[in-house]
Write a protein that binds this ligand. Structure first.
Ligand code: SAM
Length: 247
């Protein structure tokens, strides 16, 4: 999959390209990344890329021309038609289903805002989707772009081995993941749930499903409202809540 990012701070992206699972994917060519800096398209010798907002007010905006040119160059560098995404605090919250759809695209261009963001006409002209990563304000769109690319890259075929499979992770089935444990069996008097030591795979699967449902009900009831529950799942959740009240 091809990625391009329009950014004033291309150096930040080594965090993604040089480390861990994403680093491996970029090294193996499963994903490619082009970084295009609007400063390279500034028309004055100072490399100016920002200007005052019309109507006054605090801060500066990214100038239209250098960003527009950078997006054009990013599009030309992609082999396939690319979707253009702008990360902004005002966008729709990015969720796993959006990540799944983006992972099915052949090419995606992210625009990372800086200063007070982009001129609205630029957004209207070139942006296909505007996403936020949460209800808080960051100083730039680079970290949101990296967060999205990380989430996308791990879904690409060949990136995660069987041992790291994304299939049972949180949000895959509209639920949070069940609690996990590793050795030793006892930590400060707290033991691993007996069922996980039983070797009974059907029981373990059932317990995990129940924990997933219970955890989602307690922590993110909004996810269950959206998803709904089958009759079996309702029963598992009722049992989970009964056990909880007995505890
Ligand atoms: N003036 C903007 C506002 O009030 O919505 C905030 C601009 S912010 C300081 C600079 C850039 O950071 C934005 O253009 C955007 O690209 C990025 N950014 C900030 N918060 C974000 C968030 N929650 N999600 C995605 N991008 C964000």
């Amino acid at each position: 999959m091809e990625f391009a990012v329009v950014t004033l701070l291309p150096e930040m992206f080594t965090a993604l390209t040089d480390f861990g699972i994403t680093g491996r994917a970029f090294k193996e060519g499963i994903a490619t990344l082009n970084l295009v800096n609007p400063r390279d398209f500034s028309v004055d010798r100072h490399g100016t890329v920002d200007d005052k907002p019309y109507g006054g007010g605090p801060g500066m905006l990214l100038k239209v021309e250098p960003v527009l040119k950078a997006v054009d160059v990013a599009k030309q560098q992609c082999q396939s038609p690319a979707k253009v995404i702008y990360f902004s605090a005002q966008g729709r919250r990015l969720v796993q289903t959006d990540v799944n759809s983006l992972a099915a695209e052949p090419a995606v261009i992210f625009i990372a805002g800086r200063y007070e963001g982009l001129d609205q006409r630029l957004i209207d002209l070139v942006v296909d989707e505007e996403y936020s990563i949460g209800d808080y304000v960051l100083s730039g769109g680079e970290i949101p772009a990296m967060a999205a690319m990380d989430a996308i890259v791990r879904l690409l075929p060949g990136v995660l081995g069987d041992a790291e499979s994304a299939e049972e992770e949180s949000f895959t089935d509209g639920l949070l993941e069940y609690p996990q444990y590793t050795r030793p069996e006892s930590v400060s008097g707290r033991r691993v749930p007996e069922v996980l030591l039983s070797g009974d795979h059907a029981k373990i699967k059932n317990w995990r499903r129940q924990q997933s449902l219970g955890r989602t009900f307690l922590r993110r009831p909004d996810l269950l409202d959206k998803r709904g529950l089958s009759t079996d799942e309702k029963k598992l959740l009722e049992e989970f809540l009964q056990d909880l009240s007995l505890d």
